[in-house]
Design a protein around this ligand. Sequence first.
Ligand code: DMJ
Length: 477
Amino acid sequence: MRKHAVKDAMKHAWRGYSAYAYGKDEVLPVTKGWNSKWGGWGVTLIDSLDTLYIMGMKSEFKRARNFVADIDFTKTIEGHHTSVFETTIRVLGGLLGAYELSGDELFLKKAVEIADVLMPSFHTSSGIPYPYIDINSQSPIDSNSTNIAEIGTLQLEFHKLSFLTKNLDYYEKTELIIDILEKSKKPIKGLYPILVDINTKELSGKISVGARGDSFYEYLLKLYIMHGKNKNKYREMYEEFVDSFSQHIVYRSNDDSKMAFMVELDGETLEPIGIMEHLYPKTFVIACFMPGLLALGSKELNRPKDLELAKDLMKTCYYTYKMMPTGLGPESIEFEFDTSTLKTTNKKTIRLNVNKNSSKKGEFEPSFSIHKPEYILRPETVESLMILYRITENEIYQEWGWEIFSAIEKYTKTPIAYSAYDNVANTNKINSWSNSMESFFLGETLKYLYLLFSPVDYISLDKYVFNTEAHPLKIIK
Ligand code: DMJ
């Protein structure tokens, strides 16, 4: 069965991590070494706990649990700047996910420990947290600027911790951020410029559902769900976002494929980035978590149109894998616009460079060029496939996921683990391994693949929301 093949992949990665890097942050999957790039607490181990649990890897889970018991979260590598966002989603989220599934109080105790050493980062005049902190001295790293993803992707974890411990501080400190963002001035309703001034609370910069924007929007919907659908503020903010997203961010090709894709908007002109500046304007496909988010929102908020958009964007994300020689998806893609169509036809219609020769079954396949050629074992596309499958029960999403998993197996599997890949157009795998396996490969990518091939009620979407690092948090009834 397919889910067993995914479990075998997890076993392979875990064996390599255990043999060469147990308790370290990451294993180096080619040179068989390890790194401490996250401060040295063992982020891969913590990020993997609930994946081990979900896959029934009981002895591995138990051993990892005992390792966690001895982690001292008050100390880190000398001089290390700890990211508040990454630590929240991977470490706090990982511990809470393990607690929610196993009920083992140790994980809750450790979750409190890690949350508490992050709290000084909230000591600013505005209440907007600094992005980094020196854990050893408990001093935040001074900064004037942060972004909406870094401050708007803490709430699921801190709210859940508040609920479990009855300590309101975790809730209030992170909820204040949502209040600030709700009241902030936005050029388009529901769309937030990504940069945040920590002192003035003002937003600036581009509008993007890609890096530095993405998971803030994700948390609006998931907060509404996790709080048992009784805090309408989150729903309103999410619905405003999706309405403007559909109107301003999604573009379609004007060929028969009507392929949907996403752009970023210039914060001043509110035009898609690229259109105004270049002779041959380009934009990038980004944010393949969006199909899953739209599908989840469509189910939870009864918005059937969102599901149709989710399906269209899912297809585009899938093609970014399918059309590459390795079957792995690049970090980002360029579409070339035909600007003349912008002036003469509906502004929302952009002609893609369509490669008719590669059409199959009467469908056009858009021809992309690669912008950033690496695949770093990211989860977003398989995450969306899992949600689309669970909501539609259309097996095509399992087929697409299987194709992607097969490409991961074929090209990124090293003798001891899995490796990020330099160039998805290069089928010479040995030359392409970049000797890195991020913790999200075990925490997210393999977990979502496993769930994609599991019965739809296993770790059901009716009982759990997944934080942005795929850690399941129980919906509060
Ligand atoms: C993960 O840490 C999370 O999914 C985050 O929201 C975005 N980046 C990585 C995966 O790509």
